[in-house]
Design a protein around this ligand. Structure first.
Ligand code: NAP
Length: 235
């Protein structure tokens, strides 16, 4: 039996990933910062609920203790993420971005990944086939954003892409340090969720596909990579 934790799984891509992995036979923990939203989602999915705010040490440590006491963890999906908005709901650009907006974004998207990974590493190391999936973004690709011929080049935001580039580097460094754990970053693609005011062009079913796939790779699968549904992406 495979036990899987998904952070921020009460809605969006995390919720859809949970649905698919429950169907695939995983025991799934829906991590959610809000107990009511999390419990409701877990109930709907036939999953377990664990209170988990990725910005809060106490919450993350308690979640790790609870899951350890229940028998441990095989798959960690670092999915919780935010896109900080500025005035008029616009994304902070090079002309407007503040240190506070950067800190706010990094607290969830980067430090959250480190906080949760740090807390769950001892559990993963006791698993026979441990896997970590970090939900990055195509906007984290330095190669694509610096290429005038790539559509992502025209995305003006600073805080969110920078945070996802940091997630990519975390993926590289963790994967090298823990060769027995399959650790990859994934880009779901532009998906209709609350994160982008439901402007995404893909459904959550399409977006979750690469997450579900990388959550199920075996011990002979890739590690330290960056993937979308079509294969490897340039960093
Ligand atoms: P979403 O529908 O807004 O879901 C985000 C989830 O993260 C929610 O469950 C939210 O919980 C949770 N969350 C936020 N802050 C949290 C915290 N401090 N602790 C715990 N949970 C927290 O967005 P989504 O599109 O599914 O995003 C999922 C991931 O995919 C993110 O990492 C995002 O950057 C990435 N991504 C999305 C797209 C896209 O086009 N949608 C593209 C590339 C990458 P609440 O309900 O409590 O707010």
């Amino acid at each position: 039996m495979t036990t899987t934790l998904i952070t921020g799984a009460n809605k969006g891509l995390g919720f859809e990933t949970a649905r698919r992995l429950v169907a695939a036979g995983h025991t799934v923990y829906v991590g959610a910062r809000d107990a009511e939203r999390g419990r409701r989602a877990a109930e709907q999915l036939g999953a377990r609920f664990v209170q988990l705010d990725v910005t809060d040490d106490t919450s993350v440590e308690a979640a790790a203790k609870a899951i350890e006491a229940d028998g441990g963890l095989d798959v960690l999906i670092n999915n919780a993420g935010i896109e900080t908005r500025g005035e008029g709901n616009s994304v902070p650009t090079a002309a407007t971005v503040t240190a506070d907006q950067m800190r706010n974004t990094f607290e969830t998207n980067v430090f959250g990944v480190v906080r949760v990974t740090h807390a769950f590493l001892p559990l993963l190391q006791r698993s026979a086939a441990p896997v970590v999936v970090n939900i990055s973004s195509g906007l984290g690709s330095l190669t694509h954003l610096s290429d005038p011929d790539h559509p992502a080049h025209f995305y003006p935001g600073v805080a969110y892409p920078t945070s996802k580039t940091a997630v990519n580097m975390l993926t590289v460094q963790y994967a090298k340090a823990f060769p027995d754990i399959r650790i990859n970053a994934v880009e779901p693609g532009f998906t209709k969720t609350d994160l982008n005011g439901n402007t995404g062009t893909q459904t959550v079913e399409e977006g979750a596909e690469i997450i579900v796939r990388m959550a199920q790779i075996g011990a002979d699968g890739p590690t330290g990579g960056y993937f979308d549904i079509n294969g490897s992406l340039p960093w």
